[in-house]
Design a protein around this ligand. Sequence first.
Ligand SMILES: [Zn+2]
Length: 183
Amino acid sequence: MRCPYCAHMEDRVLDTRIGREGDSIRRRRECLKCHGRFTTMETLLQVYPLIVKKDGRREPFSKEKVLKGIQAACQKRPVSLAQMEQIVERVAKWVLSRPEREVTSEAVGQKVVKELRLLDDVAYVRFASVYQTFRDVGEFVSHLEGEAGEGDEVSSDELRPVASAGEESPPKAKTKLKPETPE
Ligand SMILES: [Zn+2]
């Protein structure tokens, strides 16, 4: 690391500290030439694969977008923000662990559907049915925003559960989704 005082390239490490979350390392260094001291920080580079939308456009993965979609599906359901955020974290982790450099928005949606299914029947059916129409979380969210206006009330017909939870078996999320192979 180049010394910030004299630009010398050699230093020695005086102290190494691991960040509270365990996801960063700080090193206190001393320049071998001028003995100036400085700190460097090491973090893991998280590179999310690009999300391929249905129309072929690519966009960066957005946790915020996924959360919005989940929040819309969970309106008036007994699901806490913390639970929704946990789903987002699991989906993000899943996206990060993909070996491919691009992931289809459909695959992300299917992952959300799976997670919601474990949590809340109604939210699951809402997300699965609306998602089948839009096949893209972004489209889904902008549709909801358009329908909902400024209020937080979402009154779109598509958001109503298509099957009452419990009695009928919920529609299979995958039946209509054609898997797209990423290039
Ligand atoms: Zn120096």
